[in-house]
Design a protein around this ligand. Structure first.
Ligand code: F6P
Length: 405
């Protein structure tokens, strides 16, 4: 048996743990060669493959891989056209897979990447190919359907909550009025921004307001809420999703700059929301403001990974291999939770068509009625996902990474 594995879309700090899981399970199942696609499907199209058996020879390398953020194999945002529009692309992919005698294809990615698994498994059925195609979920956005949560979310959520806790301390030192706006990733789903709610506890008052894309954002409402809060409290910390939208559907960041670039999936690059809001508030309320865009820091902070997340990311990679060995194709490995306390969650399988291109948003019933905070239900859901610490392997005072040259 030979297998090929690729990584696609935005990275997480544990996506390489899933790669390690796929690799370990494939080797344990007797795979002769485990190939890695450089830069996902776009690399496969150019036959850019590496032999992971030659690269991951020792236990230390596999451990390092699990602690290395971003995509070891490189990533891509590449949308396969439909078979009707571009059958040559499919023919090319299958000719490469046949050349390397590939039996199973694993793709670690989010909802857009699952579209690739869906299209390739459908094409395999059309041409009578026996190659199995299985998706391995990942995304800090936590917006995949069918699965309880996605690998990568717990670690990013831990980083967000930790950062909010630290910022709240820093922002409360002066007596002067001030507003700090923290921008968090997540496009159209507010799961990661919601993690700001986890910061609240006995030693932290938490974020003063949290705004998710699930609830339409009003500029005037925001000014009013900040002004009202400032009457009670001097320094405010507010978390906003990069994807907060006005009632007319425009992203708030488009108010600052209307020429947001789009990727091949038609997603606008979202950035600048915090800066825009901080500048507006400085101007309208004459207060000191600061904008903090967590940007890519929140998805590569492997030094603050959740141990639960790292372990689950590894397991879901193994689960995908198990599914392929059982003859499944056109599916993805997913998480099914059976209990919050104690936290119990296992790997199961879902049809890829129910995941590809779909988006799961935060239930409105988990958001406070005024749209500025999260309910206890969310806290119960998210808290188990950020549990456990996993210290990086350090050398010369810095974390070590495994790098593919
Ligand atoms: O898909 C995950 C994600 O991290 C989103 O939260 C974010 O909007 C997007 O990727 C950014 O993508 P890129 O790094 O390709 O600009």
């Amino acid at each position: 048996m030979n297998v090929v594995v690729g990584q696609s879309g935005g990275p997480t700090s544990v996506i390489n743990a899933s790669l390690a899981g796929v690799y370990a399970a494939a080797v344990a199942a007797g795979a002769e060669k485990v190939y890695g696609m450089r830069n996902g499907i776009s690399g496969l199209l150019k036959e850019r493959l590496v032999v992971l058996n030659d690269l991951l020879k020792s236990e230390r390398e596999i451990e390092l891989l699990k602690h290395t953020p971003a995509c070891y194999l490189g990533s891509c945002r590449y949308k396969l056209k439909s078979v009707e529009k571009c059958e040559e692309e499919y023919e090319k992919i299958f000719s490469v897979l046949e050349k390397y005698s590939i039996d199973c294809f694993f793709y670690i990615g989010g909802n857009d990447s699952m579209d690739t698994v869906a299209k390739l498994s459908a094409y395999a059925a059309k041409i009578g190919s026996g190659i199995r195609f299985v998706g391995v979920p990942k995304t800090i956005d936590n917006d995949l359907t069918e699965t309880d949560h996605t690998p990568g979310y717990g670690s990013a959520a831990k980083f967000v909550a930790t950062t909010i806790k630290e910022l709240v301390r820093d922002c409360s030192i002066y007596e002067a009025e001030a507003l700090t706006v923290v921008e968090i990733m997540g496009r159209n789903a507010g799961w990661l921004t919601a993690a700001a709610a986890l910061a609240k506890g006995e030693d932290c008052e938490g974020a003063d307001m949290i705004f998710l894309p699930e609830v339409p954002f009003s500029m005037d409402g925001f000014v009013e809420k900040v002004a009202t809060l400032l009457k009670r409290k001097k320094a405010l910390v507010v978390a906003v999703s990069e994807g907060v939208k006005l009632a007319d559907g425009r992203y708030v960041c488009e108010l600052a700059s209307a020429d947001q670039k789009e990727d091949v999936f038609g997603h606008k690059q979202l950035t600048g929301t915090a800066l825009f809001l901080a500048n507006e508030m400085a101007h309208r309320l004459s207060i000191k403001t600061r904008a903090i865009e967590l940007s890519t820091l929140q998805r590569c902070a492997a030094h603050l990974s959740s141990a639960t997340d790292v372990e689950e990311a590894y397991e879901v990679g193994m689960g995908a291999v198990k599914a392929a060995l059982a003859g499944r194709t056109g599916v993805a490995a997913i998480f099914t939770r059976t209990s919050n306390v104690p936290y119990r969650c296992g790997v199961s399988i879902a049809e890829i068509d129910k995941i590809a291109n779909m988006e799961k948003t935060v239930p409105l019933s988990w958001i406070h009625e005024d749209g500025t905070g999260l309910t206890e239900e969310y806290i119960k859901y998210a808290m188990p996902l950020i549990q456990g610490e996993m210290s990086p392997i350090y050398e010369n005072g810095l974390p070590c990474h495994l790098v593919l040259k």
